[in-house]
Ligand binder design. Sequence first.
Ligand SMILES: [Zn+2]
Length: 425
Amino acid sequence: MFDLIVKGATLPDGSLVDIGIRGDRIAEVGSIPEGVEAVRVIDASGDLVCAPFVDPHFHMDATLSYGVPRVNASGTLLEGISLWGELREIATVDEMVERALRYCDWAVSMGLLAIRTHVDTTPDHFRGVEAMLEVRRQVEPYIDLQICAFPQDGLYRRRTGRENLVRALDMGCDVVGGIPHFERTMEAGAESVRDVARIAADRGLMLDIHCDETDDPMSRHVETLAAEVTRHGLGARAAGSHLTSMHSMDNYYVSKLLPLLAESGMTVIPNPLINITLQGRHDSFPKRRGLTRVKEMQEMGITVGWGQDCTLDPWYSLGRACMLDVAFMGLHVAQMTHPDEMARCFRMVTEDNARILGRDGYGLGIGDRASLVVLDAADAIEALRLRADRLFVISRGKVVSERARNDAHLRLPGRPDKTSCRREN
Ligand SMILES: [Zn+2]
């Protein structure tokens, strides 16, 4: 007797299985004979079933605020930061909680059930931190939310920058953040990396730095980050987000840098939707893409995930909590078009991102947390191509979102009466 059976699932590795769920755990994966009872049976014949999507990089304090106080006219990172500086002073706790919860509704409908959000710890009023802690409490039954204390205006550029970061950690943030390329000088940036790495090591917390999000090839804080991760033995508990300057660095320097990153065991989080729009804004032509060296890092054995970063906020005017949109853009910009690379892009927004968040119980094995997604696609590559509908989203054994199959009804003589753009209808 199961609480829920998902019949005939196609897993991302191509295997066909039934999945039996008891309580909040997966109790069986294999062939469940007809006649075995369950409170509910979902027929997933012909459909892909995967563990939930995971987003390792987001800004939930700013999300769904697009146009307030006005839109980002230049489209640059710096104008976005300056607009956010105005917004965070007028946003109330209630309003931030409301926007974030609305985003979490979207996330659930998209099968996105684990998110790391960065919260700006710059303002002395701490409304953003308070709001995000409240959101974490409210979504805890269905979304695994990690909160990274993020000194948006720099650890040292504001008098209270460092003190506020530490206070946010005391209040309950899970991860230590930083933004070395935004400090006043290269030296201050490098010192900020050493400082936050020490804080993370001393407190036994994870570390995730916005690192070198710039087109300046001389922005090399990632080398300090790798060295500090190695020195403190943080390994995969540390991540470098963005690393876009690596796109512009010369190959000789990168040939020394990548082995240092691999040696440290740190993970890497590019954010392709945002990096392709924000970077290269000062270029004429040829215009740089500004995405870090994804395939080259993966070849060195470095874990690289894809992050969403922004949705309808001062930095990005689009977005919908869809990690398949994120992977789709990443696939194009990083030219990951070989079938193995496309399948890798799907793993990046599921397994690889889960590894970056360092959460146990993720997966579709017996004993794993019973969280999974049924997609209107035959396999992982088709899911990417279609950015497929999530037919069922199950979080910890409970169906939290359902959507009817949405085939188009055709009115064409001599042609089928419907299509879904799947290769085999
Ligand atoms: Zn970010």
